[in-house]
Structure formats: C-alpha cells, structure tokens
Design a protein around this ligand. Structure first.
Ligand code: FAD
Length: 483
C-alpha cells in the first residue's frame, strides 16, 4: 500500500476541560448534560450541525420500549425529561397511561392499524397482544431542545467538529484532536467519552474492541430512512382491502425492481398523510459503516431504490398519485458497529439470570426476545459495560457499549443509549471529583447520584439478598451477586 508521511506540527489547544464528549447522539447528549450537571467542566463536539444522531439526522424518531409488556415503566431519567420538554411543544405522542400494558382490543388495534405494531405492541406467552409505552417525537423540535438541554446544563457545545485522534498519556486518554473549518485543534480533558456510536475514539486510543456481527442481524446492515407525503391513505387502504391479491402482485413487482414494499404510518404526529420507510439494505455480506467506500456506495444505492419506490407507488398505487419524497435522512443509518471490550460484556445469558449487578446503572425493558422477554421482562445493565478493559481516562456511551452482537441488537436503541450516556457522564464527573480513573468510581456513589437524577434503579438490599425497585415494590430481580 502506498503511503505518505504527515509532517509533525504544533496544534492549538482550544480548551482544557474535565470531560470531553465526542459525538452528539443520544449517548453523547446525555453524557454531556449529566457530566456538566454533576459539576464537570464539559465540552461536547459533534461532526454535524445538529444534535441527536440517528434520532434526528437518521430520522429515527421513535423512542420505544419505555415499559415492558405489563406496562411497567423502566426508563425514566433524561429520556423522561426530554419527552416532557417535547410535550410542551406538542412534539411527541405516546399511549395514555391507562393503555400501557393493556390488552384492550381498541387500544391494540389502534397501533396495529397504524402499522406501528412493531414499536407499540407485543404478545404475551398466551399470544395476547399488549400495548407498550413507546413514543414518537418530532426530530426538528428535538434538535432545538437538545441544544437547550446541553447548553442549559452548562456544557460547551461545538458543532461541525469531527473528533479524529485521541491524545494519550501512557495508557490514558487525556484529550482529542478534532478537525473543523477552523482546521485541526485540540481539547485536553481528564476523561474522554466516546459517544460516536462507531467507537472512533476508542479505536484511536488503541482500546480492544469487537466488530463481529451475524449477517442476519438488523445491526449488520446500513439503512436509509425517508418520508413520503401527500398520500391519500384512505384511498390506498380501500384498494388494499378490496384487492389484496392485486396489491400483493404489485408489491412483489416492486421488490423485483429493487423498491421497498413496506412502510409505517403514524410516526409523524399531525401528519396523517406522511409515511416512513425504513429501508434496510441487506447484502450478501455485512455492510460496514467504517468503510467510507461502502458508505458512499450504499448511500447512492439507497437513493436509487427510494426513487424506484416513489415512481412505482405513484404510478400504480391508488392514493399515491400526488405523493412526493418529503425528506431522506441527512445521515445514513448505522444500526451497529464496533463495540468496546469492557470490564463486563453483556451477553444473552444475562437476560435469564435476572442478575442485579452491584454497578447497575440502568434497568431496561426486555421486549424483543419472545418467550425469554416474557419470563424476564427487564434487564440490568452494569456500569462496567461502559468502561474499556484496556484504556484509562475513557468511557463509552451509546450503542458501542460492551456487548455480544446478540444483545447489542436489542439493547442499543435510543432510550438505552440515553441511559448509558447519563451514567457515563455522571461517572466521569464523579471520577474527576474523587481523583480516580473512571474504572475506580464508587459504584454506590454513582448509583445514588443517578437515582437523585430520577433514574430508575433497583435498591440493592444486601442483608436480605434481594432487590426492590425505587417504587418500593418487589421487582423481578431476586438475586444479587457481589462482584
Ligand atoms: C434505520 C434505523 C432505525 C432504527 N430504529 C430505531 C427505533 O425505532 N427506535 C430506537 O430507539 N432506536 C432505533 N435505532 C437505533 C438507534 O437509532 C441508535 O442505536 C442510537 O441512535 C444510537 O445512539 P448513539 O448515541 O450511540 O449513536 P448515534 O445516534 O449514531 O450518534 C452518534 C453521534 O456521533 C456523531 N459522530 C460520529 N462520529 C463522530 C466523530 N468522529 N466526531 C464527532 N462526532 C461524531 C454522529 O454524527 C452522531 O451525532 C435505529 C437505527 C437505525 C439506523
């Protein structure tokens, strides 16, 4: 391979802070807010001109699995704060409290008819469908609210800034280089939080990581989300109901041409004529978000197929005559990628042990593993999944948490990444206050602090060897193993 040598040069230090967060998606935003609120001088840098990552730029405006199938809510903390803020703008919608966990036919049918079953409805062991607590949000209002939350927490924010390298002191990360229109600059920090989703910073720091992913998983594929609007869905529904065979024939033809036959509706509040396409591009081999040539190829291919779908639907599907493409996601959807090898790696077996870890930083509804989910409707996440095994001064927030690909696929969605970020930011600030490396953070202090922030965590009652949730009721978790 031909190479050239980059000449050494002195780089301007733009800031010296406590915590540097790289990446402003759900994990990064939550990290910056919680680090700043916990007293750390914090900077968040993001490569694009807006915050939110996939939740905004990827047009992934669904925040599912806030409750389990019984309707019991597990996700609180910053996700709830965010939804409350969006509510003030009428920029979110979700099932009423009385409907969460309900098997009421009317409530279930509402979500099924809106084609939102995937996000809002799950079956219990007897096959009965129940409504989950999930929310859809307006990504434009979300972008503005995230700016306000980050700045309001006291964190500095630098957009249009791409983190490229980690500044190491021995085995510890102590700053980053970033590129922008102001050219390459540096930020020095005591703890770096990699919230790039893709692990750009931990790779630069030389931390051990894993990139294995079974090609059958959603996380193995890149995807482009897009919206089509100005559709007469009533007319479309009538056609589909009256001529199901013709409809199937047309969709088969569309697939043959390379188009997308499946869409969701109801994902954009107050826009009943807009539909949401989640265009996954399953390939013979896994697509790699870390390969710029593949990213380019997939983006071009996805757009070509989007137009095929648009043309076909307009030409042949009643109701689509005046439809048009409202928006394609400004950023190609990366669903999985590199994962840090942490002090603990979460695997499928953790779902069945009901383990309450001493360093539990989040409790997450487990809705997507069929029978296992029904028997074990929640999962505890240990802080050690955010702590690289081999590098100090570094934490990982978001979808790159330490996990097997099996578990990562299910537990890397937006509310989960917000929870991981809230824990990482808080831990970074506590580590700095205590003058220790993040891996040495006092777990109890971390948990207590998160509970004060409104995070739902199990109380660990060592004396009786069982746990109760914050609301005082006995939870699913009966076991506690000392680390
Ligand atoms: C098509 C698709 C559908 C999905 N469906 C759902 C769903 O319905 N509900 C749900 O909850 N989740 C869904 N997910 C998953 C979810 O969106 C992601 O797992 C989640 O957003 C991950 O959050 P994150 O903060 O780890 O990473 P991201 O959201 O990817 O955010 C990473 C941020 O870091 C920035 N960044 C990256 N590299 C750098 C760098 N070097 N320097 C500076 N900034 C950088 C990026 O621009 C981005 O803003 C879906 C994902 C996709 C792609």
């Amino acid at each position: 391979m031909k190479t050239v040598r980059e000449p050494a040069r002195d780089i301007k230090v733009w800031r010296e802070v406590d915590v540097v967060v790289v990446g402003g998606g759900p994990g990064g935003v939550a990290s910056a807010i919680s680090a700043a609120r916990t007293g750390a001088k914090t900077v968040l840098i993001e490569r694009y001109g807006h915050l939110g990552g996939m939740a905004t730029g990827g047009l992934v405006n669904i925040i599912p699995n806030l409750s389990d199938i019984t309707g019991k809510q597990h996700i609180y903390g910053l996700t709830m704060e965010l939804l409350n803020r969006l509510d003030k703008h009428g920029a979110t919608s979700y099932p009423k409290k009385k409907d969460r966990g309900s098997a009421d036919k009317k409530a279930v049918d509402y979500y099924l008819n809106a084609n939102l079953g995937w996000f809002f409805v799950r079956k219990d062991l007897a096959g009965q469908q129940h409504v989950l607590y999930s929310a859809v949000v307006d990504p434009e209002i979300l972008k503005a609210e995230l700016n306000d939350m980050v700045l309001g927490a006291g964190s500095e924010l630098l957009l249009h800034s791409w983190g490229t390298q980690v500044i190491m002191e021995g085995n510890a990360a102590r700053g980053v280089f970033f590129e922008s229109k102001s050219r390459r600059q540096a930020i020095l920090g005591k703890v770096i939080i990699d919230a790039t989703g893709d692990g750009d910073m931990f790779v630069a720091a030389g931390a051990e990581c894993d990139n294995e992913c079974d090609n059958k998983r959603r996380t193995a594929w890149l995807a482009l989300v897009w919206w089509m609007t100005n559709i007469n869905l009533r007319k479309f529904d009538k056609f589909k109901a009256s001529q199901p065979e013709k409809y199937k024939e047309l969709m088969d033809e569309l697939v043959k041409l390379g188009g997308y036959p499946f869409f969701f509706r109801g994902i954009l509040k107050n826009q009943p004529n807009t539909i949401w396409y989640h265009s996954m591009l399953p390939q013979p081999q896994r697509t790699d978000a870390m390969d710029v040539e593949q990213l380019t190829k997939i983006d071009i291919e996805a757009r070509r197929r989007t137009v095929i779908t648009h043309d076909f639907m307009k030409k042949y599907l009643p109701g689509f005559e005046k439809a048009f493409i409202m928006l394609t996601a400004p950023q190609l959807g990366t669903q999985g990628g590199r994962r840090i090898i942490g002090e603990y790696t979460l695997s499928e077996k953790d779902m069945e042990t009901d383990e309450v870890f001493e360093d539990t930083i989040a409790v997450i509804a487990n809705n997507d593993y069929g029978d296992i989910s029904n028997k074990h409707p929640a999962l505890c996440i240990p802080y050690r999944c955010l702590v690289p095994k081999s590098v100090d001064g570094l934490l990982v927030a978001g979808r790159a948490f330490s996990s097997a690909d099996t578990i990562n696929e299910t537990f890397n969605i937006i509310p989960h990444c917000i929870a991981y970020g809230q824990a990482a930011g808080t831990a970074a600030a506590l580590a700095i206050k205590a003058g220790v490396e993040p891996r040495k953070v006092d777990y109890k202090a971390l948990r207590d602090n998160l509970v004060k922030q409104g995070v739902n965590l199990p109380k660990i009652e060592r004396s009786v060897g069982s746990v109760a949730s914050n609301d005082g009721k006995k939870d699913y978790f009966q076991k506690y193993r000392s680390q």
